[in-house]
Ligand binder design. Sequence first.
Ligand code: ZN
Length: 718
Amino acid sequence: MRLARLMLLAAASALPMLAAAETQDAGNTAMADNPFAAPSTLPFELPPFDRIHDADYTPALEAGMREELREVESIAHNPRPPTFRNTIVALERSGQLLERVTTTFFNLNACNTDDQMQKIETEMAPKLTAHQDEIHLNPALFARIDALYRKRATLKLDAESLQLLSRYHTRFVRAGARLAPQDQARLRAINEQLSTLTTRFRQNVLKATADGAVVVDNVAELEGLTPVQVGAAAQAAADRGLSGKWVIALQNTTQQPLLASLTNRALRERIYRASVDRGLSGDTDNRGVITQIVRLRAERARLLGYPDHAAYVLEDESAGTPAAVADMIHQVAPAALRRAREEGAEIQKLIETQAAARGGTAFTLQPWDWQFYAEQVRKAHYAFDQAQVAPYFELEHVMRDGLFYAAHELYGLSFKERKDLPVYQPDVRIFEVSDADGKPLALFLADYFARDNKQGGAWMNSYVPQSRLFGRRPVVANHLNIPKPQPGQPVLLTFDEVTGMFHEFGHAIHGMLSSVHYPTLSGTAVPRDFVEYPSQYNEMWAREPRVVAHYAHDYRNGEPMPPELLAKVLAAQKFNQGYATLEYIEAAQVDLAWHLIDAAHAPAAADVPAFEASALSAAGLDYAPVPPRYHSDYFSHIFAGGYSAGYYAYLWSEVLARDTGQWFHRHGGMTRKNGATLRRMVLSRGRTADPQVLFRKFYGRAPEIGPLLEYRGLAGGG
Ligand SMILES: [Zn+2]
């Protein structure tokens, strides 16, 4: 049983216990030639993708749950007194079949799904959640874990084993293992209600977002959009039975992308208002849902012995306490606010200049104007166009001469493509990674192209976590959504896509350099507010002069990128960062405020917007032209996703990443010696120690905010 997986599933919901498991024999027969039945015999235990069919998943998942429950029962009822070996290590060794099938199933369901897999997911997710509950709330099992934990000081455990013991103990306690039976019953009831409410919240946002689409009667109002965008709006209207009109669909965030292009100010305002009015009225009103959610979360926190939900969540993150998160927000806020006001002043000046040129009166900058004028400021400052830079950012060069090159210079890694190993999709490539001493280290799967059956965005995942307990070396994958060109055409990237590749590869390196004993503590199995540290740190190498000089060559003739063009591309990275940082920390502040309240003091539904506004003004974050990235009523991350009291996590991680960048520059930059230090002290350590302690030892002092402000162009007065 691995805790990393439990963490992913724990957030889903708590459902009634499973009925008694089916008989063992039925499962064994069904599993006879199932590809998950035994560990893979391929190199690095790569899943046998060529032998896996959709029909294999359900029997393997069911057999895996039965197997794990049997193993857990025998650990719980072992007649011998509990020892670290017969309880904690035994748990660590349990659930292997379930581990194999869930890892592959959920990874492939995200990157290469089909209808059948989605059906399996809908059917199996609640069963898997109930399965986890059955383990967490097993009193005999917890009694053994608790007994060991109480006498941990006398067990003579090494530091990593001690850490493993406390991770298991923490996980069970946080899931309610220590509560009296009637409190456990209340906990399950709360979890069930929360599951219903968060689902309703998500569905309300979906419907409100669809319903909020803006209908345009006259194409002249769409001035500023490209013909392709106008065509898409006409198609969106036709799809809704509104032929002859145009429809602008809404995106998740407060700001809407087309506001950067639309010249018609009245239409911009209409779209903006449609966006921020989502979830405030009618049958998709989320205000009452929010108050119920925050009340129940507060009650659950109390039940579990915490003053509030934020304290409950943050105790298990590297931030540790709500005060630490509030402190980080307070440290970034003044610089973000100052920079945003400067950006706003520049925009206001542009509005006035243009009004004067027309002989009209200027208006005051509003949120629906920001992106439109910011785009004009950007073009004036950093004049270059994508067509000019694209030939220098060709995918194969960026991968081999950028990602792989930096990993070689820093950690001594080498990469060799393995075309002999099976893949789940022909575009996926597998590389065998060797360490500096030539020994095999890991497999890296590169799955870079967009597909209809792939989820959006970019992410890393792990197929096999490194562990000495099982003698396993890591198998990790990167997933992006780069549009695939016509056959024979080069894959040309934007600099944002290049940065995205370095980001995901930073996660991959974190997984590949792992050198730990227990799989639960391996690689990227670290807190949510720490996991984005190695990835955001690795982004810095995308813009390091020596690395850029190595990968940014014109794919047609090998010419290096002209320095003045590169300088423009890099300078543009700091553009509009006041806005971007401020809207982000406003959302983080709103998240925190909702999860600091006491159940008795949750506002009435009608007061939800007022509560949010006062939380922002109390923190000095109320600059009208920059609204939060999400208003509460459509903030799915915190009311329907896994980010409650956790939206701050990216910025928290980024502080560590930028401090690390500073550390490299202070210590002579990109050298094997510096890479080895970071590897030894942080990147190889997984969660074998408190991640904040790992960082402090590496950095030599507490994290500092300065380097992040510098990186984002927010430092100083200008
Ligand atoms: Zn990431």
